[in-house]
Design a protein around this ligand. Structure first.
Ligand SMILES: Cc1cc2nc3c(=O)[nH]c(=O)nc-3n(C[C@H](O)[C@H](O)[C@H](O)COP(=O)(O)O)c2cc1C
Length: 390
């Protein structure tokens, strides 16, 4: 799509003719139906009644790569929740080994646990109760079996208060450095065995520049690789009706994108050609954001077992909730951590920079960190959409 062409079209009044109705009362706000889950499940369930829907209503607010919400839950056995990864919701191009999917199972488990603690319930979580998936593929076996039981020793966790406030924030961040107390709280919240978290900020400006450069390179590669950009296009939801219908993926609701799409000028089935002006504009915009990002957060594990991936997701959810409690935003940058061949150079570079030798360690999460203007919540499909039927 040629931006200049679009501007010419605007000048000619074609937009008005073609999109009247589609854009009437045009607002960038997401449709209420897509955000209903953020109103929460209401009062906690009365003691003695089934708490599982209430717990799930919190768990589905977890962050998930590309907002795919690939959580399938089986409630057919009382007092238990069996969690599966919905294999119709994977990202084979950008997440070929489903590492991010496993992390996204972990974020769900963490929020579920926080909600259980709120009710004085112990949530015993057995990961991979029928055995761990191998490194290449995931299969139909469950990722976790959760047994719930009342336990007077279980205390609420203050991070629960942040569940409804947490957002992935992709905006430009302010230049000011995250407060030291906030960094300490994030570190403490995410502490787990065989895992290291860290930050880089203005105290290590040269190192931070290297972080920025790797993120820029990796983002450009993702946008210029036809099959990976097409995978993202597939999960773009543009305009209120697509957003309300799917309630997943990445929502775009700004009038400009809606107008371009309504005019048929944004073909999501075709990868943009070399030098495409829209892709160039996106790269420029993201480079500006990266160049002013004050700090980066990272999380590495020893090894890369499926359990390590799930536990990394749990730790990331805690880190992001702790950041939220301190008024800080996070924005994951997974591009350089992705295992498809075109990313080999940024992948090696970020592992080297973080002192995580590829043979023995894995960078599981890397994120922008800083203060930013608030953003709204992302769509959720609602608890019913996640239940195994039958
Ligand atoms: C494992 C994982 C990887 C993610 N990678 C990215 C990423 O590379 N870029 C990005 O913008 N967001 C990324 N996200 C954030 C999701 O896109 C976000 O959680 C989802 O869109 C829902 O929005 P929310 O977090 O505001 O609820 C990632 C989240 C997780 C859990």
């Amino acid at each position: 799509m040629d931006r200049r062409l679009f501007i010419r079209l605007l000048g000619g009044g074609v937009v008005t003719a073609a999109t009247a109705g589609t854009l009437s009362g045009c607002s960038s706000d997401l449709p209420a139906a897509a955000l209903a889950a953020w109103s929460g499940p209401g009062q906690p369930p009365a003691p003695g009644t089934d708490p599982r829907h209430w717990l799930l209503a919190h768990a589905i607010l977890a962050p998930h790569s590309h907002n795919l919400q690939s959580w399938l839950v089986d409630l057919r056995e009382p007092d238990r929740i069996t969690l599966y990864c919905d294999r119709s919701r994977l990202l084979p191009e950008t997440d070929p080994f489903s590492r991010q999917m496993m992390m996204s199972q972990g974020t769900f488990l963490e929020l579920l646990d926080l909600a259980a603690r709120q009710l004085g319930l112990r949530a015993d979580m057995q990961l991979f109760p029928q055995g761990e998936f191998g490194p290449a593929h995931i299969d139909q076996r469950p990722t976790a079996l959760i047994k719930l039981s009342p336990d007077a020793s279980i205390r609420p966790d203050p991070l629960f208060q942040q569940v409804f406030k947490r957002r992935t924030n992709r905006e430009a961040y302010e230049a000011r450095e995250p407060a030291a107390a906030a960094l300490a709280a994030i570190t403490a919240s995410a502490a787990a065995p065989n895992m290291v978290t860290g930050f880089v900020g203005s105290a290590q400006a040269a190192l931070r520049d290297q972080h920025r450069q790797i993120a820029m390179d990796a983002w450009r590669i993702e946008l210029e690789t036809p099959r990976t950009v097409l995978e993202s296009f597939h999960y773009l939801r543009i305009g209120p009706s697509e957003i309300a219908e799917h309630r997943d993926g990445i929502s775009l609701n700004k009038p400009f994108v809606r107008a371009v799409t309504a005019l048929g000028l944004f073909d999501r089935t075709q990868a943009p050609g070399p030098g495409d002006s829209n892709i160039a504009a996106q790269i420029k915009d993201f480079n500006t954001k990266l160049a002013t990002t004050p700090a980066f957060f990272w999380l590495t594990t020893q090894g890369n077992s499926r359990s390590a991936q799930v536990l990394s997701g749990r730790a990331y959810a805690r880190a992001q909730l702790a950041a939220t409690a301190h008024g800080l935003s996070m924005h994951p940058l997974q591009q350089a951590l992705q295992e498809y061949p075109e990313q080999a150079q940024p992948y090696a570079a970020i592992h080297q920079l973080l002192d995580a030798p590829v043979a023995t360690h894995t960078v599981q999460m890397w994120a922008r960190l800083g203060y930013a203007p608030p953003v709204g919540p992302a769509p959720r499909r609602g608890v019913e959409a996640h239940l195994v039927k039958g």
